[in-house]
Design a protein around this ligand. Structure first.
Ligand code: F6P
Length: 363
């Protein structure tokens, strides 16, 4: 067996645990050869790869990032190429297939979020034996209850909330903590509940600034002279729009979110007259060593991906559903992001302890 592995999209704690598990299991159980593709699909387009042996993946379990590198720009179906002063997008998928054939690859493991796995699905449709592993701190991949990286991100965001808590109390301020998650509110919901946020704002529940201001003022009157607001980067006011930080033109997903915490903070300070500060957790949530949960999940997923290859279950990713690892068709993942359902148990429980979701929702 000759297996290639690539990590695509944004980096994520636990990627190295996956690479280690895939390589070690493939070598120990199947005496297979593992080829690490560099920088996601970029490496498949430009033929950049290296052989991974047992020693090379030894000692990487606790490392953040990915030893293979990644790219959230390289889409072989829409690859940006400079033509004079202009950038044009080209379909280089045939080049990728030729490169895989030249390398003598029997199967390809793609570790990534919905963007990477959707591209993987297209290659599967073109006859490449592909297996997927879900990766994202956002936890928004369909077909799996949880993706590795999420636990670490929640852990870091919660620590951030804990830290602003004490300074908010001391200065009698409103502190807003903006967390990542793209268009899904999983990180905000979980870190918000874990950190005891008074108000949690997620993209799935558009917020009303007047409801938030009323609650902040009433807390102040009652003697709780500080408030903690946890806001997802994709949150938006009812009737309003998301806050875009920048557009990365040649990216698979050009829109980068960010800054809604500052927008909310300015408005809130004006309405309430209470000093308000915003902290953006940003890429801290993606960096550094993975939690034990993510190391374990990464190891399980890597090992199960080799099982899928062995049983020739291509065109699938390994999903975790109700505590069992199951093959999930990549087609499911390509259908778009998994958002927080409005009837989610954690929303109900948070409401029942008095947490506000910015829209008057009650338990
Ligand atoms: O998908 C992971 C993620 O960290 C999102 O939460 C965030 O919106 C985005 O990636 C940031 O992307 P970049 O690293 O390109 O700024």
């Amino acid at each position: 067996m000759k297996i290639a592995i690539l990590t695509g999209g944004g980096d994520c704690p636990g990627l190295n645990a996956v690479i280690r598990a895939v390589t070690k299991k493939a070598i120990l159980d199947h005496n297979a050869q593992i080829i690490g593709i560099e920088d996601g699909f970029e490496g498949l387009i430009h033929n950049r790869h290296r052989k991974l042996d047992y020693e090379q993946v030894s000692g990487i379990l606790t490392l953040g990032g990915t030893i293979l590198g990644t790219s959230n720009i390289a889409n072989p179906y829409k690859y940006p190429v400079k033509q004079g002063k202009k950038i044009v997008f080209k379909d280089l998928s045939t080049q990728v297939i030729q490169n895989l054939k030249k390398l003598g690859i029997d199967s390809l493991i793609c570790v990534g979020g919905d963007g990477t796995l959707s591209i993987a699905y297209k290659f599967y449709q073109k006859g490449i034996p592909v297996v997927g592993i879900p990766k994202t701190i956002d936890n928004d991949i369909r077909g799996t209850d949880v993706s590795f990286g999420f636990d670490t991100a929640v852990h870091i965001a919660t620590e951030g909330i804990d830290r602003v808590h004490t300074t908010a109390q001391s200065h009698h301020r409103v502190m807003i903590v903006e967390v990542m998650g793209r268009h899904a509110g999983w990180i905000a919901l979980h870190a918000g509940v874990a950190g005891g946020g008074d108000i949690i704002l997620i993209p799935e529940i558009p917020y009303d600034i007047n409801i938030i201001a009323k609650l902040v003022k009433s807390r102040h009157k009652k003697g709780k002279r500080f408030s903690i607001i946890v806001i997802a980067e994709g949150a938006k006011p009812s009737g309003g729009d998301i806050t875009v930080k920048k557009t990365v033109k040649d990216s698979v997903e050009p829109i980068r979110l960010g800054g809604v915490g500052f927008v909310l903070g300015n408005q809130l300070e004006q309405i309430t007259g209470i000093e308000t500060r915003t902290v953006v957790m940003g890429h801290l949530q993606r960096g550094g060593t993975p939690t034990s949960f993510d190391r374990i999940l990464g190891t399980e997923l890597g090992s199960k991906a080799i099982d899928l290859i062995k049983s020739k279950k291509f065109g699938h990713m390994v999903g975790l559903q109700m505590n069992s690892f199951v093959p999930v068709p990549l087609e499911t993942v390509a259908q778009g992001a998994r958002l927080v359902p409005l009837d989610h148990s954690l929303i109900k429980s948070a409401c029942s302890v008095g947490t506000c979701f910015g829209n008057g929702l009650k338990s």
